[in-house]
Write a protein that binds this ligand. Structure first.
Ligand code: ARG
Length: 459
């Protein structure tokens, strides 16, 4: 394709380091789409004839069919997907194929194809994160008042509900979706027509190709158009944050399914057994989701290192942009699907969670708040008195509500029997009515809001 000034063939090693068809074939459909738009524009601008355009369109359609049917011959000798398709076009329609590459370069071509590919993925993520949010919402709705301990430092802190906990992740994944939507908006400008780096003398209509490919507008600077990869970095960084959230939820599932916690159980669908220990049920899917973040943030780091220090405009280094993105996005898609499946599949062990919710003096803050409210104590004094009562309970190995009134009055004489009203986990949860708090009414209101938001997302 470019051999005019060459008399010798490249060495095998040169071929081996140069070839990218093994991975960039994943952009075949995008390449054809962009080529078809480019050919239409060339004809409209009278750079090629309509007859030539018809031949190009038909040839490209045929290639797309071959690709879909799995009969397209991917060949290493043509380096990458762009040259493979052009070579095949030549075999199908003859010399006219050579007109397609007028007023473009592989540099704007690859930048365009890759943007189209990443854009498709971002749209897919929006839908698959929304599916996960729906699964979380389903659990939240079923467990609006299922009590569980809330933790800080993984130590029991205050009672919350399982519904509230699920909704925390609905919020996180909502921000992940908005990060992808944001990245898509900035990505959505068209490099095509920037040609090799400096633009082209042909009277191209860049607005036409841009809108035919669903872009907002053509990129305004040809050097930037062929050398920008921040769209991929941004998508990877959103992917990496999303994978971090998945990893946190996965870790909670691993903890919750352990015999020591036994807060939730997973079915056979998302667990595996052990080849030696017959009693085992392992949360492998959760563990693998927890691990995928390594690959995904690794990809972000990897592409960042490829791009750092690259002078303008195109350098072949940029061919190394695709594999990390492909790998990271495959991993994220799978992790999202696995997590949505696990969340829908899991069964909270209500009795165990509720028991744990009231244990470990989880309502001590409620006692302190009661002392403030009922007895008018400054919070610091109330905190101290509560600490003494907890210590006393601990010494006698009993729960807060089992401490007798006389014992409490030994710490603060003004305490009266009304105190027992706030010492249960259910009362504690119901009292947390501040905006964003765990009270079931709040959680219900958030569920209603999210259901409405999610009904607008296509999946
Ligand atoms: N396979 C190349 C890539 O992925 C296409 C662009 C080649 N451009 C060039 N000037 N050699 O980056």
């Amino acid at each position: 394709m470019w051999g005019g000034r060459f008399s010798d063939k490249p060495s095998d090693i040169m071929q081996a380091i140069n070839v990218s068809i093994g991975f960039d074939r994943r952009m075949a459909a995008q390449d054809i789409r962009a080529s078809k738009a480019h050919a239409d524009m060339l004809a409209a601008a009278e750079i090629i004839t309509d007859t030539d355009n018809v031949a190009l369109q038909e040839g490209l359609d045929e290639i797309l069919l071959e690709i879909e049917e799995g009969t397209f011959p991917y060949r290493d000798e043509f380096e990458d997907i762009h040259l493979n398709i052009e070579a095949r076009l030549g075999e199908i329609i003859g010399e006219t194929a050579g007109r397609l590459h007028t007023a473009r370069s592989r540099n704007d071509q690859v930048a365009t194809d890759f943007r189209l590919w990443v854009r498709d993925q971002l749209d897919g993520f929006d839908a698959s994160i929304a599916r996960l949010q729906r699964a979380l919402l389903g659990q939240a709705e079923a467990h609006i008042d299922t009590l569980m301990p809330g933790f800080t430092h993984l130590q029991v802190a205050q009672p919350v509900t399982f519904g509230h906990h699920m909704m925390a992740y609905v919020e996180m994944f909502g921000r992940d979706r908005s990060r992808f939507i944001d990245a898509r908006r900035r990505l959505n400008e068209c490099p095509l027509g920037a040609a090799a780096l400096a633009g082209t003398p042909y009277p191209v209509d860049r607005d036409m190709t841009s809108s035919a490919l669903g872009f907002e507008k053509p990129m305004a600077n040809s050097l930037d158009a062929v050398s920008a990869r921040d769209f991929a970095l941004e998508a990877l960084s959103a992917a990496s944050i999303c994978a971090t959230h998945l990893s946190r939820l996965a870790e909670e599932i691993v903890i919750w399914t352990s015999a020591q916690f036994n807060f939730v159980s997973l079915s056979d669908k998302f667990t595996t057994g052990s080849s030696i220990m017959p009693q085992k049920r392992n949360p492998d899917a959760a563990e693998l989701v927890r691990a995928k973040v390594g690959r995904i943030s690794g990809a972000l780091l990897s592409l960042t290192m490829v791009m750092k220090g690259l002078p303008l405009a195109y350098s072949k280094d940029m061919q190394e942009d695709k594999e990390p993105v492909f790998e990271a996005f495959d991993a994220l898609s799978l992790a999202l699907a696995a997590m949505a499946g696990m969340v829908a599949d899991l069964t909270p062990q209500k009795t165990n969670m509720e028991k744990a919710a009231g244990a470990a003096y989880s309502t001590a803050t409620d006692l302190a708040d009661w002392l403030v409210r009922e007895l008018g104590l400054p919070f610091r004094q109330a905190h101290h008195a509560t600490g003494e009562i907890v210590a006393l309970a601990e010494r006698q190995n009993k729960a807060l509500h089992e401490v007798t009134l006389t014992e409490m009055q030994a710490v603060k004489p003004q305490i009266h029997a009304g105190v027992y009203d706030v010492l249960s986990a259910a009362k504690s949860v119901a009292s947390r009515t501040s905006y964003g708090g765990t009270a079931p009414n709040n959680v219900t209101a958030q569920i209603v809001i999210w259901k409405k938001k999610l009904s607008r997302v296509k999946t």
